[in-house]
Design a protein around this ligand. Structure first.
Ligand code: GLU
Length: 441
C-alpha cells in the first residue's frame, strides 16, 4: 500500500510553493491507489497556530485534495520521547552544552583555519563531572544525533541516484535546550509510525535526507522512497515565502481564481507536461509522471495563470457555474453561455452581466448618429432569435452601404457602451427589443 504525507508547518497561510508538494503527493497517491496523510508539523509552538492549521485544511480542500488522515505532531510527543530514549540508550543521541555564542566562536575559529565549520563533537568527551557542573551552573543541554559520517546513498524518484555525505555535516541538533523537538526527529518518527512509503517534497530537503536515513536506520525503521521536486519561484525568480508574505492560496481564492487553474500552475510549471485546462485533478494524476518534472527551475508566470483560468471558464458548463451564478443573483444558461468567453476570473461576470441587465452608457459618435437612428427605425419586430441580428444588419448594409467595422462597431458601442465583448447576435436576443430601442438614439 502506497502511503504519502504532505507535512506543512502551520506558521502562516500556504502559498503556491507549498501547494506544489501538497498536490504532487496527491497525484502520486491517486495514481497508486494510496493513502494521503496531512501532517501538521506544529512542533514549533512559538510560530504554529491552530488558526493557520485550520486555514491549511480549508485551502487544501479548496484545491481539491481530501486527505485520508490528519495528524498533528503536537499531539504525538510521547512517540518522539520514546524515540529519543531509544537513541540515547544506543548512544546515538548525546547532550551538548555549548551556548550559541560558544558555537559561533568555534565556527569562526574553524573558518580562520580554513576548515569547514563542522561541530567538533567536544560534548562527546565530557565527563559526568563536567556535565554535572554545567547543570549546576543552570545550563540545559541540547541534544545532537551522532552521525555515522559516511556517504548515504538513495535513489530519488525524480533526481535519480543521490549521495549525501554525512561526514561533511555537523551532528544535527534534534532537541532544543528547552526540550522541544526540531523538525527532523518527529518527522522521521512519524514517517516510520504511519508507514509512509514515499516522501515527496521540495529539493531543499535533499541534504536532510542523509541524516534522516541514518536516524531511520538507528531506530530500526524502514527507509521510504524519496522524491525531491524542483522548487517553484515567483516571476522574479524568488522563492515563495510565508514570512515575506507571498501571495497565498487564499488570496487566489479571494481574487476569484479557479482552484483547478491554481492547482495546475502550482504543479505543472517546471515540468514537461503542457499547461492546459485539464478538467480535473485526476486527469492530471493519470498523466503526470515524475520523469516529467524538470531538474531545472520552475518559474511561476501570473499571466499564464490568467490565461489558463480564462480558458477553464470559457468552456465551463452552466451546471458547474450555477451555484456561484445564483449566489450573485445571476441565472440563466443563455447569459452564462454568452458571457463566459469574456471572463478571465469568475467575478468578472458581475461587470459583464450589466451589458444585459443594464444600466449601460451607450457610446454614440456624432458621425454615427444618423446611421443609428436608421438602425433604430428598422429594428425588426419580435419574436427574436439568433437570426434577428443577421436580418437587421443586412438590411442596414443594404440601406447605407456600410460594411465591416463601419457597420458593426457603432452598433456595438451603442448597445454595449464598449468596443469589445460578447457576440452581438446572442446578446441581441437576451436584450430584447425594448432594451435595444432604449440604447439607440
Ligand atoms: N514541515 C516540513 C516543511 O514544510 C516538511 C518537510 C518534509 O516533507 O519532510 O518543509
Amino acid at each position: 500500500m502506497t502511503v504519502v504525507r504532505w507535512a506543512p508547518s502551520p506558521t502562516g497561510r500556504i502559498h503556491l510553493g507549498n501547494a506544489r508538494p501538497a498536490l504532487l503527493n496527491w497525484f502520486f497517491a491517486r495514481r497508486n491507489g494510496g493513502r494521503y496523510i496531512l501532517r501538521m508539523d506544529d512542533t514549533d509552538l512559538a510560530r504554529s497556530t491552530r488558526e493557520f492549521a485550520d486555514g491549511i485544511e480549508v485551502d487544501l480542500a479548496w484545491l481539491g485534495v481530501t486527505p485520508d488522515l490528519l495528524v498533528r505532531q503536537s499531539e504525538r510527543t510521547a512517540l518522539y520521547d520514546a524515540a529519543r530514549d531509544q537513541l540515547i540508550a544506543s548512544g546515538r543521541l548525546y547532550p551538548a552544552y555549548e551556548t550559541e555564542e560558544e558555537l559561533d566562536r568555534k565556527r569562526a575559529r574553524a573558518r580562520l583555519l580554513g576548515k569547514p565549520p563542522i561541530y567538533d563533537r567536544a560534548a562527546l568527551s565530557l565527563t559526568d563531572e563536567q556535565k554535572a557542573a554545567y547543570e549546576v551552573e543552570g545550563r540545559k543541554p541540547h541534544w545532537r544525533f551522532k552521525l555515522d559520517g559516511r556517504p548515504v546513498q538513495f535513489t530519488d524518484l525524480i533526481k535519480g541516484p543521490q549521495t549525501v555525505n554525512t561526514a561533511s555535516m555537523s551532528d544535527p541538533v534534534l532537541i532544543r535546550a528547552d526540550g522541544s523537538y526540531l523538525y527532523t526527529l518527529p518527522s522521521v518518527v512519524d514517517d516510520i509510525d504511519l508507514g509512509v512509503t514515499h516522501v515527496i517534497r521540495g529539493e531543499d530537503h535533499v541534504s536532510n535526507t542523509g541524516t534522516q536515513i541514518e536516524i531511520i536506520e538507528a531506530l530500526g525503521g524502514t527507509v521510504p522512497t524519496f522524491a525531491h521536486h524542483n522548487l517553484l519561484t515567483d516571476a522574479a525568480g524568488q522563492g515563495f515565502s510565508k514570512r515575506l508574505g507571498s501571495q497565498s492560496i487564499s488570496d487566489f481564492r479571494n481574487e476569484g481564481y479557479e482552484p483547478l487553474a491554481v492547482a495546475i500552475m502550482a504543479t505543472l510549471t517546471g515540468t514537461s507536461m503542457p499547461i492546459e485546462p485539464y478538467q480535473s485533478l485526476d486527469a492530471i494524476a493519470e498523466k503526470l509522471d515524475f520523469s516529467m518534472i524538470s531538474h531545472g527551475s520552475a518559474r511561476f508566470d501570473p499571466a499564464e495563470l490568467d490565461s489558463l483560468n480564462a480558458r477553464l471558464l470559457h468552456t465551463m458548463p452552466y451546471e458547474e457555474a450555477f451555484p456561484r451564478l445564483s449566489s450573485m443573483g445571476l441565472e440563466g444558461e443563455a447569459i452564462w453561455n454568452l458571457l463566459r468567453e469574456n471572463l478571465v476570473r469568475f467575478p468578472d461576470i458581475a461587470e459583464w452581466s450589466k451589458l444585459v441587465t443594464g444600466p449601460i452608457e451607450p457610446v454614440i459618435a456624432p458621425e454615427d448618429q444618423e446611421f443609428l437612428a436608421l438602425a433604430k427605425a428598422i429594428l425588426p419586430p419580435e419574436p427574436w432569435d439568433e437570426n434577428t441580428w443577421g436580418l437587421w444588419t443586412n438590411a442596414l448594409k443594404g440601406a447605407t452601404g456600410r460594411k465591416g467595422k463601419a457597420l458593426f462597431l457603432p452598433l456595438r458601442m451603442a448597445l454595449t457602451g464598449r468596443h469589445d465583448g460578447p457576440e452581438l447576435k446572442s446578446l441581441l436576443v437576451l436584450l430584447g427589443r425594448k432594451a435595444c430601442l432604449d440604447r439607440l438614439p
